[in-house]
Design a protein around this ligand. Structure first.
Ligand SMILES: Nc1nc2c(c(=O)[nH]1)N[C@H]1C(S)=C(S)[C@@H](COP(=O)(O)OP(=O)(O)OC[C@H]3O[C@@H](n4cnc5c(=O)[nH]c(N)nc54)[C@H](O)[C@@H]3O)O[C@H]1N2
Ligand SMILES: Nc1nc2c(c(=O)[nH]1)N[C@H]1C(S)=C(S)[C@@H](COP(=O)(O)OP(=O)(O)OC[C@H]3O[C@@H](n4cnc5c(=O)[nH]c(N)nc54)[C@H](O)[C@@H]3O)O[C@H]1N2
Ligand SMILES: [Mo]
Length: 681
């Protein structure tokens, strides 16, 4: 076949909120992206992509991409819009924002998360704009804040093992993570370890795809991980499987932790966790006697009230056994603290010029949109600028979120690829470019390489990068600081300054950070004491428990007879939060919104496999299809997420039921701390 001169490949980075941050190679033919593949030269990607992202061309050239700016013509939520020109849209937005800002800029709130993880298209130009404006700050807590804060208070930062060394471990605890679905490239390393004789243990209330393939599955009740970790400590102490030298030299608060752990014999934890005593004893023996032992902790287990304490308790374990001494021992929750992002250069907090705006927590956007002005709250929210997020689908307690977004006196702008549930509630929708259409630079929370993303194709329709929208708005608002003229490639360069070799990024698409092979082999924790802080004086100074403990759920099993089942809502494998739900080939694999329920819980309710069911609690009600499954343990149902409301069975999704309550640390959501009842119908 003759070579098409209009065919070429471009190196990029997967933008999605996933620990793997894959290096991409996009094939472009006649201006269209026809194929996206993993870059074989990047060792973490190793030439392989997940099913979702291999469908990137289908998502990018999707017939429902938003091609032009839109103005709403029907009621909020109706999805009725008309196309308008960019100038008109931007002039309108600037006029509205100027008017509100003249009264109080804090009535304007940005709402964004990790629709793209790129440093540039996420907060690159946006932070400059909102800082200069003096808008409210957004506390970006919806995913990882409880665990993140717990790591900071225990290890000193979001730091841990280098992921590649998991391949050499002899015991791997996969704790609160469905790696096959959400961390596929880690799973390949775990498989390699397994082939070399490692034992894999999965700790998860759900019998996930990952649990199926581990040697053992420990199906504890949601929100009981700290109890399990404390019982493991109890057994490590009782059997003296401790590294006394490591504890003496590199930890703080051992005597107090010891006393706390001795209150948690396996029998007590077994009761709380709803698992056999022998399973705890066996796990403790494995962990205490196998070297090197590695823990792949992930964010799934910290979406409960005690999520912060649970991460603290688990993060103490490798210091007790000295697992950190070996590069294949220790723990990894997030690697993001290794990346030397120059936030001052990129986000320009100096543009605040001494102002400290109030902070809105993205988790409680439902309540906050419904609040009036008050001295404690500050001004009523009058405008919301949403980008890289779909809050109407993903934020907890959607009845309130929807009511807030439906406020006629709220001015809402949404930058999007598609008409999501959130875009349906906008006054103005602006068409955004996808990763194949713009520049960006990426850190990762699952490995330690920086990736560069070059645009592969021209913007589809009239789409523009988020950065360009904020640049244009800045100009119309009269913000004339030179930083508002920086182009996207300049923003990419500013992200790391000379801390990363930009030429190498241009030449090969990625650059590996110099990270120690075994970061805490000789201690050196970046905490105030320089030690692994079992006891945190900083937490104690805030009036909190200085030691990790089991903190029961807000909604513990058995506490509400009307709602006897605990519901967790982990992501469906072929969606990425609420992204890809509108990609037909992927939606077809998932089929329909499902609730996995055990036979023991289905039988007394007269529910058979495939029945339509109503899942409800005091906050709301949601209809979906029951799947009788051994993936659900007795007493726990799994509502797989996160469907677009409008593509669900009755125009709602699982967040109809979740609460806006917060975690013990980090002001984070408690999606998996939620009691419900289920009935046929
Ligand atoms: N395919 C796919 N991949 C994704 C995502 C996606 O939506 N789809 N989302 C991405 C995002 S935003 C994130 S934050 C990461 C998350 O990555 P992970 O933290 O690995 O999250 P999940 O795959 O959601 O796995 C969470 C697991 O935790 C379990 N779990 C729930 N409650 C508890 C508990 O109390 N204790 C324990 N031990 N386990 C519990 C759930 O059953 C589920 O199997 O994944 C990313 N990758
Ligand atoms: N019940 C329940 N709820 C959950 C979770 C759960 O497990 N259960 N998980 C929670 C977690 S871990 C997270 S991280 C949040 C995720 O919540 P979000 O961060 O809101 O993630 P997505 O749902 O993927 O929505 C991202 C949106 O950004 C858009 N987007 C992508 N790239 C760009 C871009 O370059 N420009 C613009 N303008 N838009 C872009 C996409 O089209 C998509 O609609 O959800 C949380 N909600
Ligand atoms: Mo997340």
């Amino acid at each position: 076949m003759a070579h098409n001169p209009n065919e070429f490949t471009v190196r990029g980075a997967c933008p999605h909120d996933c620990p793997d941050t894959c290096a991409l190679v996009t094939t472009v033919v006649d201006g269209k992206a026809v194929r996206v593949a993993g870059n074989p030269a990047h060792r973490h990607t190793d030439g392989a992509l997940c099913t979702k992202v291999s469908r990137y061309p289908e998502r990018t050239h999707h017939p429902e991409r938003i091609l032009a700016p839109l103005r709403r013509t029907g009621p909020k939520g109706s999805g009725r819009f008309e196309p308008i020109g960019w100038d008109e849209a931007l002039d309108d937005i600037a006029a509205r924002l100027k008017d509100i800002a003249a009264r109080n800029p804090q009535a304007i709130v940005p709402y964004s998360y990790a629709g793209t993880m790129g440093q540039v298209q996420s907060e690159g130009m946006a932070a400059r704009f909102f800082n200069r404006l003096g808008a409210s700050f957004l506390d970006r807590t919806i995913c990882a804040a409880a665990g993140g804060e717990a790591l900071v208070h225990t290890l000193g930062g979001k730091l841990g093992m280098k992921v590649e060394h998991f391949a050499e471990a002899k015991l791997i605890l996969i704790w609160g993570s469905n790696s096959i679905a959400s961390n596929l490239h880690f799973w390949r390393l775990a498989q390699q370890a397994k082939r070399d004789g490692a034992r894999l243990v999965c700790i998860d209330p759900r019998r996930s795809e990952t649990a199926d393939k581990c040697h053992e599955h420990i199906a504890l009740r949601p929100g009981t991980d700290a109890a399990l970790a404390l019982a493991l400590m109890h057994e490590l102490i009782r059997n003296d499987w401790l590294d006394h030298d490591y504890i003496a030299r590199h930890t703080l608060g051992w005597e107090q932790l010891r006393e706390r752990a001795l209150q948690w014999p396996p029998e007590r934890a077994a009761e709380v966790c709803g698992i056999p005593v022998e399973q705890i004893e066996r796990l403790a023996r494995d962990y205490g006697t196998t070297k090197p032992a590695a823990i792949r902790l992930n964010y799934g287990m910290q979406r409960v009230r005690g999520g912060g304490n649970a991460v603290r308790a688990i993060a103490c374990l490798p210091a007790l056994t000295g697992a950190w001494r070996h590069r294949a021992g220790g723990l990894l929750l997030s690697a993001s603290g290794h990346f030397p992002v120059d936030r001052a250069a990129l986000h320009r907090p100096d543009l605040l010029a001494g102002r400290t705006p109030r902070t809105i927590n993205m988790v409680t956007i439902g309540d906050d949109l419904l609040r009036e002005s008050s001295p404690a709250f500050g001004p009523k929210i009058e405008a919301l600028i949403v980008y890289n997020s779909n809050p109407v689908a993903v934020a907890p307690e959607s009845p309130k979120v929807v009511a807030g977004f439906a406020r006629e006196d709220l001015f809402t702008v949404v930058l999007e690829h598609f008409m999501t549930d959130t875009a349906d509630h906008a006054d103005i929708v602006l068409p955004a470019t996808t990763q194949l259409e713009h520049w960006d630079i990426h850190t990762s929370y699952g490995h330690t390489d920086v990736l560069l993303n070059r645009p592969a194709i021209a913007p589809v329709g009239q789409a523009r990068p988020n950065t360009e929208v904020f640049r244009q708005l800045a100009r119309r608002m009269g913000f004339d600081e030179p930083c508002f003229a920086d182009d996207d490639e300049t923003l990419c360069r500013q992200t790391f300054g000379d801390r990363v070799d930009f030429q190498q990024l241009l030449d090969q698409g990625f650059a590996t950070l110099p990270v120690p092979e075994a970061p805490f082999a000789e201690g050196g924790f970046p905490t105030p004491s320089g030690k692994c802080e079992f006891f945190s004086a900083r937490l104690a100074a805030q009036g909190l428990d200085g030691l990790p403990d089991h903190v029961p759920n807000h909604e513990p099993a058995g506490s509400d007879p009307r709602h006897p089942l605990a519901m967790i809502s982990p992501p469906a494998r072929n969606f990425l939060n609420s992204s890809f739900v509108n990609v037909k080939s992927l939606r077809d694999i998932e089929g329909e919104p499902l609730l996995e329920i055990s036979a023991a819980d289905a039988a007394p309710r007269g529910i058979a496999d495939g029945d339509l069911v109503r899942v409800f609690n005091q906050r709301g009600s949601y209809r979906c299809t029951a799947r009788l499954s051994t993936r659900a343990r007795e007493g726990v149902v799994n509502g797989l997420g996160i469907w677009w409301r409008k593509l669900g069975l009755d125009g709602s999704n699982v967040n109809e039921l979740t609460s806006q309550k917060l975690t013990d640390l980090g002001r984070a959501p408690v999606f998996y701390d939620c009691l419900v009842q289920v009935e046929k119908g």
